[in-house]
Write a protein that binds this ligand. Structure first.
Ligand SMILES: [Zn+2]
Length: 375
């Protein structure tokens, strides 16, 4: 059996899959907007046993709400064997790590600038090259246990397997968008911050910047000063890596033919059981991707008939949503949202459009969990 859990992390992202017969664990993103809250840390530390191994941790992108609890995860398990993350251009890497340094988030700065150092020698780093392809072609699958290097790169769309186990593949796709972080950069520029230098000099924060400028960066990020409001928290990245997790190809439909979803809210208050009896056992994780820019139906066309669960991107934001991929209906659509998030996620339009096409929007908050058991 495979247990797929959308954990109650609130405004953030933390999803896991466990192949119960061999205790293989994978995680997609691990973060929240307020990682200092003990309750949030517990959600992560209590999801695994001390002797568990995370065989692959996938990181969709480097926004705080998707990575800020990785340190907690590291401490909670025996080891994280390998990490699959989107490769960034040097400019983007230097820029993001400088921003995290300005925010006083030195660990996140380290994760962006030097993931090998962040995770330590026990962990392999697999970078996924950015791509603007519109369709994933036939790329030979790669058994991650056969990778020996501590650091390697793969092409977007490469099916990864763990020894071919359960005929299951993980297919990451690193889509790069130019427009997303520009809004943030424009705001910095308008405050008189030299964005060019932030992108060029890794040590700019140490030597080249005044306290006033640092405060301005924090202000723009958090929505203070002239940018009063919700800020850009959780939206400063150009990349977002999609991930297909499911059977390798269509001829194996018969193998995975039963899926059951549990939705629990406040544990005992409500409990919904969805029996799907479906062959659509695969899940498409979308991080904070933008469905207006990436046609997921075309991109994952070879696997589309196997996908029954789609994580709604960007916490149900209306801006990142497009309804056409959901036309055929019947998709289970979990989305992570904080109970009292300032961004007003999810958008009511997203919810109503999903319902209109007979899909199932599922809100995963601080006190609700969605779990699927795949037999
Ligand atoms: Zn996010």
């Amino acid at each position: 059996m495979i247990e797929r859990i959308f954990h109650p992390i609130g405004q953030g992202a933390f999803y896991s899959e466990r192949h119960t017969s061999c205790n293989i664990n994978i995680v997609y993103d691990c973060g929240t907007t307020n990682p200092r809250l003990l309750a949030k840390q517990r959600v992560v530390s209590q999801s695994f046993r001390k002797d568990d191994v995370i065989h692959i941790l996938f990181i969709s992108h480097f926004d705080k709400d998707h990575i800020s609890l990785i340190d907690t995860l590291k401490k909670a398990v025996k080891k994280i064997e390998r990490v699959v993350l989107p490769l960034l251009h040097d400019e983007q890497k230097i820029f993001l790590s400088n921003i995290y340094k300005a925010l006083g988030q030195s660990r996140l700065a380290k994760l962006v600038s030097d993931p090998n150092d962040f995770f330590g020698i026990e962990t392999q780093i697999i970078g996924v090259r950015p791509s603007s392809d519109t369709e994933i072609g036939e790329i030979p699958s790669l058994n991650v246990l056969e990778i020996n290097e501590t650091r390697t790169e793969i092409q977007s769309g490469t099916p990864l397997t763990i020894n071919g186990f359960n005929d299951w593949v993980y297919i990451p796709f690193n889509y790069q968008s130019k427009t997303r972080s520009n809004e943030f950069q424009n705001k910095l520029h308008n405050e008189g911050i030299d964005v060019g230098k932030l992108k060029t000099y890794p040590d700019y924060l140490l030597y080249g910047i005044t306290d006033v400028e640092k405060k301005k960066i924090i202000g723009v990020y958090n929505g203070r000063g002239i940018y009063k409001g919700k800020g850009v928290s959780g939206n400063i990245n150009e990349n977002s890596m999609f991930l297909y997790s499911g059977p390798s190809c269509k001829k194996d439909l018969h193998k995975h033919s039963w899926i059951r979803g549990h939705y629990s809210c406040d544990l005992s208050i409500c409990y919904i059981d969805i029996d799907c009896h479906s062959h659509r056992v695969a899940c498409l994780y979308t991080g904070d991707g933008d469905l207006n820019k990436v046609d997921i139906r075309k991109l994952y066309g070879r696997y589309w008939d196997l996908i029954g669960t789609i994580q709604i991107p960007h916490h149900g934001s209306g801006k990142s949503f497009k309804a056409t991929p959901f036309d055929k209906g019947g998709f289970l659509c979990p989305m992570s949202v904080g109970n009292k998030n300032p961004y007003r996620h999810p958008s009511p339009i997203v919810i109503s459009e999903l319902f209109l096409k007979r899909n199932f929007p599922i809100l995963v908050t601080e006190d609700s969990t969605f779990e699927e058991d795949i037999h």
